[in-house]
Design a protein around this ligand. Structure first.
Ligand code: C2E
Ligand code: CA
Ligand code: CA
Ligand code: CA
Length: 278
């Protein structure tokens, strides 16, 4: 029995080592990916009434062996080990370069570009300077850029958040509260935050037509946003029923598979060029 126990231990030990080795490898690969320019931005339309008014930039990793990898495969680890900071910096820089490039496209120049900012990135003491530096570098109009920050992120140190948001909004940068409804912000805190938009989390939109609670939550968020003169966008809109329900309840700005999945730059530009023709 003693030997069996020892063998089991050794087995777990080997498994642990394999897990650790995989993490170390992934971390090395992520560092290389930054140097080697393997990250890509995909773009998902944000739509009012079939008109694309903006896009959300979503990161992908063009892995040399494993193909296109999704954020869930690497963002959580990057958030743990801090690589999310240089990765996030790359995202911001690329997004602003894209805004600049679109200025000379009549079909693209009106687009707002939303960028996800992670907690560690936002927490940097010089976050405001970093963003304003990039904006100046590309000489873009700041209101083309929208930063998406999650509710829990904002609540962690609300005074620091307010200060940073205020400084960037003074420049013209816009702010959206991402995953709204999943955190624990009080209405008092919400009132204090100088944001432009609430983004209703997909988890509530998903069951809007089946689940009474979700329906009431969504209706309440929309009513509250409208009262507070905040823009409100629903994410994860997949069906016409969901769309109709949202419009009926006062939310016209949508994002989701019904309108388009995250797509490459080439596909987006093609889509926007075509929609002018019809
Ligand atoms: P998120 O910010 O909540 O982004 C929305 C996610 O929902 C995206 O997943 C998008 O593809 C997906 N989605 C959009 N519409 C639908 C729909 O109708 N149905 C379904 N089933 N899904 C939909 P994605 O691209 O895999 O990104 C996952 C998460 O990874 C994002 O959640 C965000 O938290 C994070 N992420 C993505 N890009 C970045 C980035 O550049 N920086 C940081 N810090 N995080 C990022
Ligand atoms: Ca987002
Ligand atoms: Ca979400
Ligand atoms: Ca999110």
């Amino acid at each position: 029995a003693k030997t069996a126990g020892r063998n089991t231990l050794r087995f777990y030990d080997q498994q642990m080592q394999a897990v650790i080795a995989a993490r170390v490898l992934l971390e090395q690969e992520l560092r290389l990916a930054l140097i080697d320019n393997q990250f890509r931005l995909y773009y998902q339309p944000q739509v009012i009434d079939r008109l694309i008014i903006g896009v959300e930039a979503l990161i992908r990793w063009q892995h040399p062996q494993h193909g296109l990898r999704q954020p869930l495969d690497f963002i959580p680890l990057a958030e743990e080990n801090g690589l999310i900071v240089p990765i996030g910096q790359w995202v911001l820089d690329s997004a602003c370069a894209q805004i600049k490039a679109w200025e000379s496209h009549p079909q693209m120049e009106h687009l707002q570009l939303a960028v996800n900012v992670s907690l560690r990135q936002f927490r940097q003491a010089d976050f405001v300077e970093r963003v304003s530096c990039i904006i100046q570098h590309y000489a873009i109009r700041p209101h083309r850029l929208k930063l998406e920050i999650t509710e829990s992120q904002l609540m962690e140190n609300i005074d620091d958040a307010i200060e940073k948001i205020r400084a960037l909004r003074e420049l013209g940068v816009r702010f959206s509260m991402d995953d709204f409804g999943t955190g624990y912000s009080s209405l008092a805190n919400l009132k204090k935050l100088p944001i432009d938009q609430l983004k209703i989390d997909r988890s509530f939109v998903k069951d809007i037509l089946r689940n009474d609670d979700d329906r009431i939550i969504v209706q309440t968020i929309i009513a509250m946003a409208n009262k507070m003169h905040l823009e409100v966008i629903a994410e994860g809109v997949e069906t016409e029923h969901q769309r109709d329900f949202l419009i009926l309840n006062g939310c016209n700005l949508h994002q989701g598979y019904l309108y388009g999945k995250p797509m490459s730059l080439a596909t987006l530009e093609q889509l926007l060029t075509e929609s002018i023709d019809d």
